[in-house]
Design a protein around this ligand. Structure first.
Ligand code: IMP
Ligand code: ZN
Length: 345
C-alpha cells in the first residue's frame, strides 16, 4: 500500500534503526474498517470485473469509475461528508460473497502477512450489509471464513453498527454478533460508526447493553466533529464503552468520565489530519492522554483513502517535530504495549 502525506514525511525522516524499531515492535491494530482498508490494486481488479459485467454506461458504472479515480489520486476531504461519499462506489464492488472474500483476504494480508507484519494482532471491523447477493449473516460469515486462515491470536472481528440504523437492523446485527460468538466464532466486539452527526443515540442503548451482556467488547466512535453535542457524547458514554474511536472533541465532563473509567482512546492521527478534525500534531488530543499515561492505541482507521500504514502511524509518534511528536523509544514501546492490553480478545 502506498503511504503519502504526513505519515510518509514522518517515515522519511526516520533513521533506519528507528524504522527497524517500529517495524519489530509488537503492536495491535484495533481500529481498521474493512471497506476503508482494501488495497487499491484489489479494488481496481474488482472494478474491472464489475465494469465488464455491468453496462458500461450504467449509473453505478460511472460512480465506480469516478470513485476509483478519486482513490487513486488521494481524495481531497474538505468536509467529513466528502469522506463518507467515497463508500458507495466501494460497496458496489464488495457486494457479492466472492468479491467480499477477496477484499477481506487482501486486507488481512496487508496487516498480517510478510516477514515483519504491520501488526502482531488485528481487530478488523465491518458493517454487515444486505445486498442482492447475500444477507447480513452471510456477509459476516464470509469475513469470518477469511479470518480462519489465521490463528485466533492474530485476528478477530468487531461487528460495526451505523448511526443511521433503525432498531430492527440493530436488533438483527447485535443478535447475529451474539449468536456467532456463542457458536465459538471469533467475534469480539461491537462498534458504532458512520456519519458522526446522524441518528438518535438513545435508540442504541438496549442493543449495546445486550452485546456487553453477551461478553462482547464495546467501542464507539464519539465526538468526532466539533458539531457533536455534549448531550450526544454523554449519551454514548452512558453505555459504558471499553474503548472510544477518535474522541476528539470531549468537554471537561466527558474527559473526567473517560479518565475515571480508563476508557482506551483509539487514536487515528492521519485520519484526523486529513479529515481536518485536528489541525496539527502539536495540538492533537493525543497530547492530553500522553501527559497522564491514559490508555491509548494507535490505529489507521482507513488506509485506503488516508494512504497510511500502522508503522507509518507509529512514525508520526517518533519522528522529530515538525514531522512527528518526537517521542522516545521507551514512550513508543509503552504505547504499543497499551494497544495489546486494550484488545477485546
Ligand atoms: P465497513 O464497515 O467495512 O463498510 O467500512 C466502511 C464504513 O466504516 C464507512 O461506511 C463508515 O460507516 C465507517 N467509517 C470508516 N471510517 C470512519 C470514521 O472515521 N468515522 C465514522 N465512521 C467511519
Ligand atoms: Zn473509524
Amino acid at each position: 500500500m502506498e503511504v503519502a502525506g504526513p505519515a510518509a514525511q514522518a517515515l522519511k525522516s526516520l533513521t533506519s534503526a528507528q524504522l527497524d524499531f517500529l517495524r519489530l515492535l509488537p503492536k495491535a491494530e484495533l481500529h481498521a474498517h474493512l471497506n476503508g482498508s482494501i488495497p487499491l490494486s484489489t479494488l481496481k481488479e474488482l472494478a474491472t470485473e464489475f465494469l465488464a459485467t455491468n453496462s458500461a454506461s450504467s449509473k453505478s458504472g460511472d460512480a465506480v469509475r469516478e470513485g476509483i479515480e478519486i482513490l487513486t489520486v488521494g481524495p481531497t476531504l474538505d468536509e467529513l461528508n466528502d469522506f463518507f461519499s467515497l463508500f458507495p462506489a466501494i460497496y458496489a464492488l464488495t457486494s457479492t460473497p466472492d468479491a467480499l472474500a477477496r477484499a477481506t483476504r487482501a486486507v488481512l494480508s496487508v496487516f498480517l502477512d510478510g516477514d515483519v507484519p504491520q501488526c502482531s494482532y488485528l481487530e478488523l471491523r465491518t458493517t454487515p450489509k444486505k445486498t442482492g447477493a447475500m444477507d447480513m449473516e452471510k456477509y459476516i460469515r464470509v469475513v469470518l471464513e477469511e479470518m480462519d486462515r489465521y490463528g485466533r491470536e492474530k485476528v478477530a472481528l468487531i461487528v460495526s453498527t451505523d448511526r443511521r440504523m433503525d432498531t430492527k437492523t440493530l436488533e438483527a446485527i447485535v443478535g447475529l454478533a451474539c449468536k456467532l460468538r456463542e457458536e465459538g466464532e471469533r467475534v469480539v466486539g461491537i462498534d458504532l460508526c458512520g456519519d458522526p452527526l446522524a441518528g438518535e443515540m438513545d435508540l442504541f442503548a438496549p442493543y449495546f447493553a445486550r452485546a456487553k451482556q453477551a461478553g462482547l467488547g464495546l467501542t464507539l466512535h464519539i465526538a468526532e466533529t466539533i458539531h457533536n453535542t455534549p448531550q450526544d457524547t454523554l449519551k454514548l458514554l452512558k453505555n459504558g464503552p471499553d474503548r472510544l474511536g477518535h474522541a476528539t472533541f470531549l468537554n471537561e465532563e466527558a474527559i473526567a468520565i473517560v479518565l475515571e473509567k480508563k476508557m482506551c482512546i483509539e487514536i487515528c492521527l492521519t485520519s484526523n489530519l486529513i479529515c481536518k478534525t485536528a489541525s496539527d500534531l502539536e495540538t492533537h488530543h493525543i497530547q492530553q492522554y500522553l501527559k497522564v499515561d491514559h490508555p491509548i492505541t494507535i490505529c489507521t482507521d482507513d488506509i485506503l483513502p488516508f494512504k497510511t500504514s500502522l508503522v507509518a502511524e507509529y512514525a508520526l509518534l517518533i519522528a522529530r517535530p515538525p514531522f512527528g511528536l518526537g517521542l522516545n523509544e521507551a514512550q513508543v514501546k509503552r504505547i504499543a504495549e497499551m494497544s495489546l492490553e486494550a484488545a477485546f480478545k
